[in-house]
Design a protein around this ligand. Structure first.
Ligand code: PGA
Length: 251
């Protein structure tokens, strides 16, 4: 089982700050074992950060789904790979809500990344309204169904799921460990139905949404939570290290 703590800087930091973060993070994690550390950086920095990434897996936050061609402003999975990027977030709720990432578009991005052998960090999660309406599981299932449950066993080693309840992202309002575990168990169940129990056990499911040093260890100790996707608390290496150290498998 891969244990993963991934940062998501979103649209933050300038180039020099990003490089300094990589250097500091690599110093801090020099002796770390048991947990993979990744960070999703803004696209303009990826080629510069790749040779500095060291033990940090370098992710993009988005990818185009078209092959190379006349698509001004887009970039392909092959371009990411040629920069030394190891994978990308796909379907983050901010992209679904504000940048037109429909379920079809998200699925096409998943396929584009897997076509290049890159890691897919597939984000899913319900809004507050959907949760209050009793539809949280339906929504998350639908996202997973079109995004990843349709995939074949041959690509599962490249797939990571991140459950991020939209109401917990950047709000300081974390899901309780019981709420998070409940959804993670449901996700594990759907994955088992799609791929069989053993394969499903090996696909990491990360929690995201106001996860920080003070709540990481409780969340990451839940049976079906294999790590986290961390926004605000990944912006400084010190804060992020506090989250990583909270993982029960980190040593
Ligand atoms: P947050 O963001 O940790 O700042 O809530 C998580 C995310 O959106 O990936």
């Amino acid at each position: 089982m891969r244990n993963i703590v991934a940062g998501n800087w979103k649209c933050h930091k300038l180039m020099n700050e990003a490089s300094a973060w990589m250097a500091d993070m690599n110093d801090m994690m020099a002796n770390l074992q048991g947990v993979e550390v990744m960070v999703a950086a803004p696209a303009p920095y990826l080629g510069v950060l790749a040779p500095l990434a060291g033990r940090v897996g370098l992710l993009a936050q988005n990818v185009g789904s078209n092959p190379a061609g006349a698509h001004t402003g887009e970039f392909t999975a092959a371009m990411l790979k040629s920069c030394g990027v190891t994978g990308s977030l796909v379907g983050h709720s901010e992209r679904r809500a504000r940048f037109g990432d429909t379920e079809e578009a998200v699925a096409a991005k998943v396929d584009a990344l897997l076509g290049e052998g890159l890691d897919v960090i597939f984000c899913c999660g319900e809004t507050l309204q959907e949760r209050q309406g009793g539809r949280a599981e339906d929504v998350v299932f639908r996202q997973l169904e079109s995004g990843v449950l349709r995939l074949g066993a041959d690509v599962l080693s490249k797939v990571v799921v991140a459950y991020e309840p939209v109401w917990a992202i950047g709000t300081g309002q974390t899901a309780t460990s019981a709420q998070a575990q409940e959804m993670h168990a449901a996700i594990r169940g759907w994955m088992s139905q799609a791929w069989g129990e053993e394969a499903a056990r090996n696909v990491p499911v990360l929690y995201g949404g106001s996860c920080k040093a003070s709540n990481a260890s409780e969340l990451f100790s839940q049976r079906d939570i294999n790590g986290g996707l961390i926004g605000g608390a990944s912006l400084t290496p010190q804060d992020f290290w506090g989250v990583i150290e909270g993982h029960p498998s980190a040593h």
